[in-house]
Design a protein around this ligand. Sequence first.
Ligand SMILES: Nc1ncnc2c1ncn2[C@@H]1O[C@H](COP(=O)(O)OP(=O)(O)OP(=O)(O)O)[C@@H](O)[C@H]1O
Length: 256
Amino acid sequence: MPPALELRGLRKSYYQKPVLFGLDLTVAPGQIVGYIGPNGAGKTTTLRILGGLDNRFDGEVRVLGIDVRKDPLSVKRRIGYLPESADLYDVLTPAEFYDLVGSLHGMEEPRIRDRAARLEEYLGLSYRRNQRMDSFSKGMRQKVLLTSILLHDPDLIFMDEPLNGLDANSVIRVKDLLRQLTERGKTIFYSSHIMDVVERISDRIILLNDGRIAANGTFAELNARAHSDNLEHLFTQLTGGRAGGEGPRFNLDSDE
Ligand SMILES: Nc1ncnc2c1ncn2[C@@H]1O[C@H](COP(=O)(O)OP(=O)(O)OP(=O)(O)O)[C@@H](O)[C@H]1O
């Protein structure tokens, strides 16, 4: 079986300004990988390239053994991609949206309904199935999107901030869902800013800083290297930030 992901010398610039400086990475199938880094480090940019949404890059990117630049459609058929923010078709109900997404993947209606119903029930969204989505909260929209990207049972799932907008109970549900998916051999590559979640559910953690991989390993390996015992501390150490209370103070009072 080929690696789920293979990046060799991935470089990307926006208008001549480099943002990714030659990423090398291999991810084995069945792993859940947390992709972390400061704002603007290049996480979304990487995810968009891996998902076949941006082919203007240098280097080589293979997703499930497929060259993403040469054959983005084959990649898209086998992956699920959860964007950081997406416009849902507000005038549709979730059921109609799933029918649309499922049919784009060539799925038969009974299978779409069955998969959607099971995912919705798991995420506690079934009661909304036939309501228009224009009144949905951010968390509800996130659950609809999550359901829609898993409908066709993809082998590899990319997620940009999947826990955005979810309440505490839903975060637990989604974390369990991700774990169950990897137990079934799926590979998950996701970005998040919620360090304690990344710490607990990732088989591997990749820290991107200023477009370069600053750390890559299991939580235990990274901690041993940085003599730290939590991801927040490690993140701060490796990205040049300061722990709470150590940095410059924000002056709340006017000087005048
Ligand atoms: N379409 C674009 N045009 C020009 N510059 C862009 C574009 N998209 C992203 N950038 C720049 O590329 C860099 C990386 O952005 P990216 O969104 O990949 O970071 P990120 O790690 O996902 O950040 P965040 O954690 O804030 O979501 C930033 O400097 C950003 O300003």
